[in-house]
Design a protein around this ligand. Structure first.
Ligand code: DGJ
Length: 756
């Protein structure tokens, strides 16, 4: 395991205001128009004569010569009020904007709402004040963000808007990464005046598209516990369509991702716009189709139950959003996002590292284990080739079930009489690493921690405290609470040779309130909790750069880019059934790289859905993620053990594909009884193709699988099940591979395709 620190450079170099042409951000002074060149896409915005920041264009790359793109001509329309002082026809209700506000002629959903307690007014008029163009990318204060490792990686446009009456300023940051069709946006709100202000809504980005998008599909990743991130498509319609979380985390139910996909767009063709918020708490993602079929797309912190007191001289940073344009369908969108996340989001220390093959004891033992049992399970894993053993929930306090001990991060000597260090050393003596489970944000009412600090949890005085899985949430907005938990866990990480931590989080937030905040600030609690979480995760990363942190929240309840900025992989779902995982992993892959999806082979019948699938299929589905096992390998037959050995050996050979390869989805499990996908190395010399039959069809037609992403010029050797033949890339892509007729349900096949 490596020892590099997780250092993200703070890069910003500000050029003078008059500077007009950076390499990828171009400012046309005559038109007051900005063009951002992001990979093969262009994003353009301009300052209108009235000083409004207008959206102009986002789509395939345009040259910066000539007049550039322009906005739709101004039209006078009935029932659209005039902007005060502007010529007839100029109405904020029809003008495409970049950061709309409420109160003066725009009746659509705003990006920013400010309440002025002194007067009760909510009116806000933002006008352009200045801009800077700089190389590199600034860090966001207190929040995770994508990074530019070297200054040439990115360019940033900062536009300052101001409401002169309130002396409220908004900094809009736009960063382009020239090698990626990606733009990141964020907003910072600054109170430069003398009166207290209250933020009631501060979204991160808002883009006004014209009617061209009115029949696009809204793509979302939705579900529930053990059914996370299923892909859903619905056609845009007049009015507001939204997804959100009010649960305090990004949630199992919705994901802070959405895409707008052209009607008929598929995996290879069609325009797609995607948004992904780098945030792990309550979010809102919405589109609004207005009366003229224009589409406003927005994402940010959920305004529901959120306000923020903006004192004079203070500022508020809204999270960053990653925006992608792809002309080559959903496949192109995903590959662009994956590449970008692999290079500019995942913690640097782990970004390019192969992930260890692990064995986790949760489904093997649940809470029922002792040292001997654990040593035996770990030993069987080591014999078969796993690289890391992970001791899951149940090792601390008196944790024999889920009713007790969270917060008491002290080893249970009843179960592990010789302690954790001794156990870890025994595991290491087998030649494998040792990892440990924690749930740092939680406390059990039945715990020493709660008995001594019953006011440390999120709660509202004089109200019952809702329990979920018999636990309460610690108030991580409070530094003393974070410090105490950090100290307890850090002691263990210092004393025990641990190289992996599974960071779990098994409930949502209720009775939101914090003892340290005054009455006006209570609605800041949910966001402050997330800020506290980021602060403590950052501290762990800094002090323990050699530890691989895996995110988890009852499986995939917090699978978002905010977590990925600290933890390069996340337990994708508590559902480990290979067939359920087809939809979960397929949906997740719309936004997130395969390397970030922890996927384990577990026992059959499966513990979540009762299904029995072949070991081979379980291996095939899990090995296209961060691979591992979650069962007692010692209970397998000799034949199964030998199959596990082969799976592990095989995974080691294809592991680099997971770290840097491109994903092509070939058959969607949402559309038929088949699923197929492939990963192709950057140089197109190697590919792994996986096909799974869900329910077998009697006397089915011959099936072909047309591959993608290979080179027509290259001859490849194709290997599957001991057979091998040579064929050119164009045959594989145009004629495809023949899928053997399945003999039973849940069969799978994998082909390894390698350049000769
Ligand atoms: C939920 C996780 O998703 C599981 O993998 C396991 O770690 C349990 N929590 C332990 O309580």
């Amino acid at each position: 395991m490596n020892n590099r620190r997780n250092h993200i450079p703070e890069l910003i170099f500000t050029c003078p205001l008059s500077y007009s042409t950076a390499m990828h951000i171009h400012y046309d002074v005559t038109q007051s128009q900005f063009s951002l060149q992001a990979g093969n896409a262009t994003y353009a915005l301009k300052v209108s004569e009235q000083g409004i920041l207008q959206h102009v264009y986002w789509g395939p790359q345009l040259s910066t010569s000539g007049t550039g793109p322009s906005c739709a001509p101004i039209q006078e329309r009935g029932y659209t009020p005039n902007l005060a002082g502007a010529p007839n026809g100029i109405s904020l209700d029809t003008l495409p904007q970049e950061f709309p506000t409420y109160g003066n002629s725009d009746f659509r959903e705003p990006a920013l709402e400010i309440f002025q307690p002194e007067t009760g007014s909510r009116i806000l008029s933002l006008r352009y004040k200045s801009h800077t163009i700089s190389s590199g990318k600034p860090k966001l204060e207190g929040l995770p963000s994508t990074y530019a490792e070297v200054i040439e990686d990115a360019e940033t446009l900062t536009i300052l808007l101001e409401d002169t009456r309130l002396q409220l300023q908004v900094e809009l940051h736009y960063t382009v990464f020239p090698k990626h069709p990606i733009i990141t946006r964020s907003a910072r709100i600054l109170n430069k005046g003398k009166q207290n202000l209250e933020i009631r809504r501060a979204l991160s980005a808002s883009v006004d598209f014209d009617a061209e998008l009115s029949d696009y599909k809204f793509v979302q990743l939705s579900g529930a516990w053990i059914r996370e991130r299923n892909a859903h498509f619905s056609t845009l319609r007049p009015g507001v369509q939204a997804i959100s979380s009010q649960r305090g985390t990004s949630s199992h139910q919705q994901n802070p991702f959405f895409a707008l996909a052209e009607k008929g767009a598929n995996e290879t063709d069609g325009s797609v716009y995607a948004y992904n918020l780098i945030y792990s708490g309550n979010f809102l993602a919405q589109v609004e189709q207005d009366q003229f079929q224009c589409v406003r797309a927005q994402i940010g912190i959920n305004p529901f139950d959120f306000t923020w007191q903006l004192k004079p001289g203070s500022s508020f940073q809204a999270p960053e959003v990653v925006m992608t344009y792809a002309a080559d369908g959903l496949g192109g969108m995903s590959r662009a996002m994956h590449r970008f996340y692999r290079q500019h989001l995942l913690p640097i220390a782990w970004r390019d590292q192969p992930r260890p093959i692990l064995l986790n004891n949760w489904e093997a033992t649940y809470f029922d284990f002792d040292a001997k049992k654990i040593e035996t399970i770990a030993a069987s894993g080591a014999e078969l080739g796993v690289e890391l053993f992970v001791l899951d929930d149940g090792w601390f306090g008196r944790r024999d079930n889920d009713r007790t001990s969270l917060g008491d991060w002290v080893v249970d000597h009843n179960k592990l009489p010789d302690g954790l260090e001794n156990l870890a050393q025994k595991v290491k003596a087998r030649g494998i690493e040792f990892g440990l489970w924690f749930e740092p944000e939680m406390v059990s009412p039945d715990s020493e921690l709660y008995r001594s600090h019953s006011d440390w949890c999120i709660h509202v005085p004089d109200r019952p405290r809702t329990e979920s899985r018999n636990q309460l949430v610690l108030d991580f907005s409070r530094s003393e609470v974070r410090d105490a938990i950090y100290a307890r866990i850090a002691t263990i990480l210092q004393e025990v040779p641990i190289t992996y931590v599974k960071w779990d989080m098994n409930r949502h937030l209720t009775e939101l309130g914090s003892l340290r905040l005054d009455a006006t600030q209570q609605q800041e609690t949910a966001h402050r909790f997330v800020l506290g979480l980021y602060e403590i995760m950052d501290r762990f990363n800094q002090e323990f750069p050699h530890i691989l942190f895996e995110g988890c929240s009852g499986g995939g309840g917090r699978f978002d880019p905010g977590i990925l900025a600290y933890m390069p992989q996340i337990w994708t779902s508590d559902n480990s059934d290979a067939i359920s995982r087809l939809r979960i992993q397929y949906g997740t892959s719309l936004a997130y790289p395969l390397s970030t999806m922890a996927a384990h082979v577990s026992a059959v019948p499966n513990h979540q859905v009762g299904r029995t699938t072949p070991l081979r299929t379980r291996g095939h589905v899990a090995c296209t993620g961060a691979f591992g096992y979650e069962l007692d390998l010692g209970t397998l037959t000799e034949a199964e053990k030998s199959e596990v050995c082969s799976q592990i050996e095989f995974y080691k050979t294809i592991r680099p594909l997971l770290i840097s390869g491109d994903l092509y989805r070939l058959k969607s499990p949402y559309e038929s009884q088949e699923a197929a996908w492939m990963i192709v190395s950057e140089d197109r010399h190697e590919a792994l193709v996986t096909h799974v039959t869900v329910l077998n069809e009697p006397n089915a037609p011959a099936r072909r699988l047309k591959l993608q992403g290979l080179s027509s010029e290259i001859k490849y050797r194709v290997r599957a099940d001991g057979d091998s033949y040579t064929v050119s890339g164009d045959v594989l892509m145009h004629q495809g591979l023949f899928v053997p007729q399945a003999k039973t349900d849940f069969e799978s096949i994998q082909w390894l395709v390698q350049a000769l």
